[in-house]
Design a binder for this molecule. Structure first.
Ligand SMILES: C[S@@+](CC[C@H](N)C(=O)[O-])C[C@H]1O[C@@H](n2cnc3c(N)ncnc32)[C@H](O)[C@@H]1O
Ligand code: SF4
Length: 350
């Protein structure tokens, strides 16, 4: 296959015209792809997975080469931000080969950002290579600074490893955003500490509301802590100044006057964030979800495998984007204490 570049530096196959960019029915340009590279993880966070998960047979997964081709097709169609996620992306064998090959789109200018969301457990090993491949910012999920609580929340995790990973990433100059899920009765007394800790180390912090994705072993109602409460409590301690900073995502940011740091709130349940949605998600088996909160999906593995040329894949992507819904309708209340959707977050990625 011969690759050539169009005027904006985007690679496409010789003989193919540059494919049209992605615009959904609500005129939102789709420029952000999140790719779950594995459904597996070395943790079992209580809000994300049940203790005994059944994972996909490895044979169902897209190979690293297929993941590369799929991501590159989206890049050719105007996606300029790629986030690798999971499951835990850094437990996928050979993941650095994928990061390395995708970094060519950074070099060509087609991608503005290549990043990942990680639990941090393997970062010590990989931070230097990530930096070398052009990754500049990463999200690390951390819900508590207490080792016992950390073990209770993640079931299998070790806080020291994650802290070592954070230090390694910072030593490489990677910018870090910490993501913390607000959990009723579990870490709600720690959010102030997390703000001071993250901001004191030059990291942004985003607090996330529990989303009803997949059956876990606990009731969602027991876990759910509305961020309106978190925010009101933080406002008793800090001066929260609304700022315009937007990442095109669901977070709304404030500046914490006392720390000078940025604090984000992701409130899918108390606040609708869909109108500016620019993203879609693809699973490790090549299923495209046009909305995190809806079941509709498109199989991209079949067109990917059906032909060496990308034409079938491009039309499958176009067709799927033409079905992207306006928004989701998550609810957690007494009547809906179970999952709104059967799939876990580890399948579609956060
Ligand atoms: C599914 S994880 C995948 C990446 C990586 N393993 C990690 O933990 O960062 C991505 C993000 O989703 C969040 N998450 C998982 N399940 C969730 C749920 N039910 N509601 C809200 N956030 C969730 C995690 O806290 C994490 O920040
Ligand atoms: S949130 Fe991330 S680290 Fe925790 S179980 Fe899910 S995928 Fe693993």
């Amino acid at each position: 296959m011969t690759l050539v570049k169009d005027t904006s530096g985007i690679e496409f196959e010789r003989g193919e015209s540059s494919p049209p960019r992605l615009l959904d029915p609500f005129q939102r340009a789709i420029t952000y792809l999140r790719v779950s590279v594995t459904d597996r993880c070395d943790f079992r966070c209580v809000y994300c997975m049940s203790e005994h998960m059944t994972f996909l047979p490895k044979a169902d997964l897209l190979s690293l080469e297929e993941l590369d081709r799929l991501c590159s097709a989206f890049v050719a169609k105007g996606v300029n931000k790629l986030r690798l996620t999971g499951g835990e992306p850094l437990v996928r064998r050979g993941i650095m080969t994928l990061v390395s090959s995708l970094s060519r789109h950074l070099a060509s200018g087609a991608l503005k950002e290549l990043t990942l969301t990680t639990n941090g457990s393997q970062l010590q090993k990989h931070a230097a290579e990530l930096q070398a491949h052009g990754v500049k910012r990463i999200n690390i999920s951390l819900d508590t600074l207490n080792a016992d609580r950390f073990r209770a929340i993640t079931r299998w995790g070790n806080l020291d490893n994650v802290m070592a990973g954070i230090h390694a990433a910072q030593a490489q100059g990677l910018q870090i955003k910490i993501n913390a899920v607000a959990l009723k009765g579990v870490n709600e007394d720690e959010i102030v500490n997390l703000v001071e800790w993250a901001h004191g180390r030059g990291m942004d912090l985003t607090v996330i509301e529990v989303m009803p994705l997949g059956d876990v072993d606990e009731s969602r109602l027991d876990q759910y802590l509305p961020l309106s409460i978190v925010r009101a409590r933080l406002a008793e301690r800090f001066t929260l100044e609304d700022i315009d900073y937007r990442t095109g995502g669901p977070a709304r940011y404030v500046r914490v006057k006392e720390t000078g740091g940025r604090l984000g709130f992701i409130t899918p349940l108390t606040h609708n964030f869909c109108e500016s949605c620019n993203r879609v998600r693809v699973t490790c088996t090549g299923t495209l979800y046009m909305c995190l909160g809806q079941s509709d999906a498109a199989d991209l593995r079949k067109p990917l495998r059906a032909s060496e040329s990308n034409e079938l894949l491009y039309s499958a992507i176009d067709e799927a984007i033409s079905r992207k819904p306006k928004g989701h309708d998550f609810v957690i209340d007494r009547r809906h204490a179970k999952s709104a959707l059967p799939r876990h977050m580890s399948m579609t990625g956060g």
